[in-house]
Design a protein around this ligand. Structure first.
Ligand code: HEM
Ligand code: HEM
Length: 196
């Protein structure tokens, strides 16, 4: 956008609007990626209830609404600020598009497991793809903070929140996934020993 064609008043108004949009984008995107989506995973792993996959779906769908809203704000900002070819903008766009595919693959995996009682590559794509997207989204948040030349305090706040959720994610993964796998393997070993 050519700012030199704007009169001073219009320029001031645009700059004020861009500041507001930048702040909203800078809050909504990290909120979706660092806080909301991980909470949707904790819900799935920690809740001991019948409809937990449904709750996971509802929760993550709202996360997608947050993500797409933040994406729209980022798109507007990148057009106004001439940032369309920045790495942050391009990677952010790719990440957003891949997140939109997550419910489809999650649902295909769930349908396969319910129908056949087993799991295949779709589970790995949903689970590991989701984890990778969360990591890439976190890294993209750092490049966003760099692009906007933020103060150290913003990096610290981002790092602390992401660190807390990262540690909690790893803890939940260890407790629920690794321990459950070990238990299944132990039971299988016991059963094999009994049959000998
Ligand atoms: C934007 C939407 C979604 C996101 C970001 C998302 C993200 C994730 C992530 C990251 C995991 C891995 C959890 C872990 O690390 O332990 C996961 C697991 C899972 N998701 Fe989703 N999910 C979404 C939508 C859905 C939908 C729509 C369904 C199904 C109807 C679904 C079903 C599942 C199931 C069944 C698991 C457990 C997989 C297993 O351990 O076998 N997800 N999801
Ligand atoms: C994938 C997740 C993304 C995250 C976590 C993220 C995060 C951030 C953060 C934290 C900021 C700093 C905001 C501030 O200073 O208050 C920022 C700035 C920005 N982001 Fe993103 N963002 C993402 C995706 C995108 C996308 C998809 C676009 C565009 C299509 C985009 C465009 C921008 C622009 C233009 C800026 C401002 C640069 C400037 O100050 O001129 N971002 N982002």
């Amino acid at each position: 956008m050519d700012f030199s064609k704007l009169d001073p008043e219009a320029l001031m108004a645009l700059v004020a609007r861009m500041t507001k949009v930048r702040t909203a984008h800078g809050v909504i995107m990290p909120l979706a990626i660092v806080v909301w989506f991980p909470l949707g995973v904790f819900l799935l792993r920690l809740l001991n209830m019948k409809n937990k996959v449904l709750w996971h779906t509802v929760w993550q769908s709202f996360g997608l609404v947050l993500l797409v809203t933040g994406f729209g704000l980022g798109r507007w900002l990148s057009n106004k600020a001439g940032r369309s070819s920045e790495g942050h903008t391009i990677l952010g766009t790719v990440i957003t598009l891949l997140f939109i595919l997550m419910p489809i693959i999650g649902w295909l995996h769930h349908r396969h497991r319910v129908a056949k009682g087993s799991q295949d590559f779709k589970r790995h794509i949903h689970v590991w793809g989701g984890r990778l997207l969360l990591l890439l989204g976190f890294i993209n948040g750092i490049t966003g903070l760099r692009l906007s030349k933020n103060k150290n305090s913003a990096y610290i706040a981002y790092g602390v929140v992401a660190g807390l959720f990262g540690v909690a994610y790893a803890g939940v993964w260890y407790l629920k996934v690794v321990k459950a796998k070990t238990k299944i393997e132990e039971t299988e070993l016991e059963q094999t020993a009994q049959h000998k």
